[in-house]
Write a protein that binds this ligand. Structure first.
Ligand SMILES: C[S@@+](CC[C@H](N)C(=O)[O-])C[C@H]1O[C@@H](n2cnc3c(N)ncnc32)[C@H](O)[C@@H]1O
Length: 411
C-alpha cells in the first residue's frame, strides 16, 4: 500500500512524503482498525465505510483512503512534540499522527458519534497507542480542554471554519480541512495570516463524509424527475435562483449539445477547471445522476456525483458539462456542454466559453489564491475575487493573483 502511494504521488508530481511520514504508514497495521475485513480490501486504495445513514443512503463514518490520509499528514507537517487535534475519529489516522508526534507529543481525536469514539479507543488500545486521547464531542467547538494545538486535522467535510478552531490553534499553527466550496470539496491547508485572516497554502482533491452537528450544512438538492433509480438532480449551493418546476420541464425537452474544442487525455486531472467555473459563474450548480440515468442516455455528465452546470439567467433551463472521445484526435477527449430548456444553446455556449478560458489562461498553472476572512470584514477590505459567504468566514477565491505573480516573474 505504501509503495503504491509513494509511486502514485511521484507519477502525479505531488511532493514526496518525508521519511517519518512514510515510516509511520509502514508501521501502523491498518487491519487492526478494520477488523473482519480481508487484507486485500484493508490495503486497497479505498475508503472503507464503517457506518451508513440508511435513510439518506450516505456514509456517516469511514476509515479514509490511504492516498488522502498520506496527503493530509504531509500537508499537516507534523513534528515530534506537536500537540494535535483530529476531528473525526476511526483510530487509524490518530495512530499515524501519534507515530509522527512521538511520545513527547499529545494527540486528541474527537468524534460526534460516541459509537465511533468507543470503537476507535478500543482499536487504539489494542494496537498499543494507549496515550491517544479520544472523546465524544462536536468538532464545531473544537476541544478546548486540551488546547492549544499546533495542528488541527479535520477528517470530515466541513462547510466553514468555526471560531473555535481559530481560538484553539497555537500561534504559527496549521490546519488541514476538507472544505466545501460552492458544492465542490477541496482539502485546504490553512495558516493564520496577518489581519486575522486565513491563507491557504495548498489545495488537494478529496471527498469526505459530511460534517454533522452544529456546523452541518445541506444545500438544496431538487430532483428534476421522479423516476426511481434513474434520477437526475441538481445541487444548488450558494443559491442561484432556480425555478424547479421549469427545470423539470427543461430536462424533458430535447437537449442541445455544443463542443468546446478543449481537449484532454484520459485520466488527466482537470479539477481546477471545476473550481474555475464555480468561481467565474454566478448561476453555478452541480448535476447528479443515478447510474441508470446515465446508462439509458437520459444525461451524459462527466461525473455522476457532481458535474459543473450553469443555469440560465432566470433559472428555468440549464447546461451541464459532458465529454466525448474526440472524433479525429487519437487518445484525446473533448469537453462539451449539453443544454436543456429555454436558452439551452446559449447556456451551453457560455459553459464552453468558460472551459475555453480555463484552457487558454489557467490550465497547468497554480490554482486560485484562497483566503478566509472574518464575517465582519466589509467588501471593500476584501481582496479581489469571488466572495463566498459562510456563517463565520468570508472565503475569497482570486485567480488573478496567481497570473499577476507569474507575469511579474516573467518580467
Ligand atoms: C472519514 S471519518 C474519519 C476517519 C478517521 N479519521 C480515520 O482514522 O480514518 C469521519 C468522521 O467524522 C465524524 N464527524 C462528523 N461530524 C463531526 C463533528 N461535527 N465532530 C466530530 N466528528 C464528526 C463522523 O462521525 C465520522 O466518524
Amino acid at each position: 500500500m505504501v509503495d503504491r502511494t509513494v509511486a502514485k504521488r511521484a507519477m502525479l508530481d505531488m511532493p514526496p512524503l518525508s521519511a517519518p511520514e512514510e515510516q509511520a504508514l509502514r508501521t501502523v497495521p491498518r487491519e487492526l482498525f478494520l477488523p473482519g475485513l480481508e487484507l486485500t480490501d484493508v490495503y486497497a486504495e479505498q475508503a472503507v465505510v464503517t457506518k451508513r445513514d440508511q435513510e439518506r443512503g450516505v456514509a456517516l463514518s469511514s476509515v479514509s483512503a490511504p492516498a488522502i490520509i498520506a496527503t493530509m499528514l504531509h500537508r499537516a507537517d507534523i513534528r515530534p512534540g506537536h500537540r494535535i487535534l483530529e476531528i473525526g475519529s476511526g483510530g487509524y489516522n490518530a495512530a499515524l499522527i501519534r507515530e509522527l508526534t512521538g511520545a513527547g507529543g499529545d494527540v486528541t481525536s474527537i468524534d460526534i458519534d460516541p459509537e465511533v469514539v468507543d470503537r476507535a479507543g478500543r482499536f487504539l488500545d489494542h494496537a498499543g497507542y494507549r496515550d491517544v486521547h479520544v472523546a465524544a464531542a462536536d468538532g464545531e467547538h473544537g476541544f478546548a480542554r486540551r488546547a492549544p494545538y499546533d495542528r488541527i486535522l479535520v477528517t470530515a467535510g466541513a462547510w466553514d471554519v468555526p471560531p473555535a478552531w481559530r481560538d484553539q490553534l497555537a500561534p504559527g499553527g496549521r490546519m488541514v480541512v476538507p472544505m466545501r466550496i460552492r458544492g465542490l470539496t477541496r482539502c485546504l491547508t490553512l495558516e493564520r495570516a496577518a489581519e486575522g485572516h486565513w491563507s491557504c497554502v495548498a489545495v488537494d482533491m478529496c471527498g469526505f463524509v459530511r460534517m454533522q452537528g452544529a456546523g452541518e450544512h445541506w444545500e438544496p438538492m431538487p430532483y428534476l424527475n421522479d423516476e426511481p433509480d434513474r434520477r437526475v438532480g441538481l445541487r444548488l449551493e450558494d443559491g442561484p435562483s432556480a425555478d424547479v418546476a421549469a427545470l423539470r420541464r427543461a430536462l424533458a425537452r430535447e437537449p442541445d449539445t455544443v463542443w468546446s474544442g478543449v481537449l484532454v487525455q484520459a485520466e488527466e486531472p482537470t479539477d481546477d477547471q471545476d473550481l474555475w467555473i464555480a468561481t467565474a459563474a454566478d448561476e453555478w450548480a452541480l448535476l447528479t445522476a443515478d447510474r441508470e440515468a446515465i446508462r439509458s442516455g437520459l444525461v451524459t455528465p462527466t461525473w455522476a456525483l457532481g458535474t459543473p452546470t450553469l443555469l440560465n439567467a432566470d433559472g428555468t433551463g440549464f447546461a451541464y458539462r459532458t465529454l466525448r472521445r474526440h472524433p479525429t484526435r487519437e487518445g484525446r477527449w473533448e469537453f462539451g456542454a449539453i443544454g436543456h430548456g429555454p436558452q439551452a444553446r446559449a447556456t451551453a455556449e457560455r459553459l464552453c466559453d468558460l472551459m475555453a478560458a480555463w484552457d487558454r489562461d489557467l490550465r497547468g498553472r497554480p490554482g486560485p489564491e484562497i483566503t478566509l476572512h472574518p464575517v465582519s470584514k466589509p467588501d471593500h477590505r476584501l481582496p479581489a475575487g469571488r466572495v463566498i459567504d459562510k456563517r463565520s468566514t468570508r472565503m475569497v477565491l482570486n485567480w488573478t493573483a496567481t497570473t499577476e505573480e507569474e507575469k511579474k516573474e516573467e518580467l
